[in-house]
Write a protein of this length. Sequence first.
Length: 457
Amino acid sequence: MFQQLPEGFESQMKRLLGEAGFFAYLDALNQPYTRALRVNLLLRPDGTPPCPIDGLGAPVPWAKGAYFVEGDARPGLSPLHEGGLFYMQEPSALTAVTALDPQPGERVLDLCAAPGGKSTQIAALMAGQGLLVCNEPVPNRAQILSRNVERMGVRNAVVVSALPDALAPRFPAFFDRILVDAPCSGEGMFRRQPEARDEWDADSPHRCADRQMEILEQAAKMLHPGGTMVYSTCTFNDIENEGVLKRFLALHPEFTLQPFALPGLPEAKDGYLHLYPHEMRGEGHFVSRLNKSADTSETESPVQAAPKKKTSAHPAASAKGKAPAPIALPDVFSDAFTPNRLYAAGDALWMLPEQISIERLHGLRVLRTGLLLAHAEGRRSEPDHALAMALRPEEAARTANLTIEQALAYQAGETLALGDLPGGYTLLCCEGVSLGWGKQAGGMMKNHYPKGLRRRN
């Protein structure tokens, strides 16, 4: 049985749901939580997996390429998960990006992006075209975000770690769409994460609402006139949901709520949607969609100068006093892939996304600037693991196909005997999914899977 809920929370939910709805909600909390996975549309544009996946169930109606996961299956243990074929994601959390409806070629911001489920969902719908900026203020969470962006093979993302008020001056009236999946009191996580319930108190919604207002204020500055913003939370109370929207709209008459409809869910006629675990297959979410009037006088302006005391903490920046090594493009590409917009920083070579300049990022902590193509190892130029994750097999000069068993061994760091293959860096693949680099020499495939990512028995 589900443990007792906080007293203040019970009274709140009875007020929101009514007596019958509250007891239906309690019954739902005594059931196992719902899981889903989302097939990476960058690899499989039709959303179908190339092979059986453990526990794969019915499609999730409101998200292309998403499927419910049944029973006690553990698809995350598959080597194809580490290869970026799919992302494990809570079903109701998929609604926010569907409501945002990002399009290829646009400029999109995910303002509170960790751990990366929604960012990589946005990237998949953008199909590698345009610019995606993923921001997470908390440094250790930003690292997780960056890792997931890399794992899912995203080429056109910039990952930064900044407070919203530091980001806004760099991107005035810049983005076509902004997702604010705001930090919240987490009432929709009570079934899946009991610690969220234990941390809740009657003041939690009020504290979170003030923070959410601050975030929305900065987001409003970064949205281009005529743009769309989705505000979402994984909580139920009206203080953080309708209450925050009411406060925000009172200060911003240029914004209006925009009705929307998601497949398999009630229509959001008022511009927002409540999802509860007793009414759908998911843990619960709140989603709203706002439009910024195209008639506002705001226009995108040149980026402001960064504060003098701050410096870019780009991961590719060279150490103080150390000259960067020259970086050459590694010989790993077929004619199907032509790197462009190259940017060398320190001992790394990047491919910049469209519609972004390095100057706009000065003064921010940047973890990822598009696609990391190569890094220097002494006098050599080595293809980076991020490049392997982003390349399709047909875009690599040399490939080798692995069985599932070989893929597991490769991800554990083992050297593979794959027969008589051409020498040099080889993109190792399984079921058409790129896993990483190997280097054929002396009849053996030397393992170049990053040590920090290797499987442990």
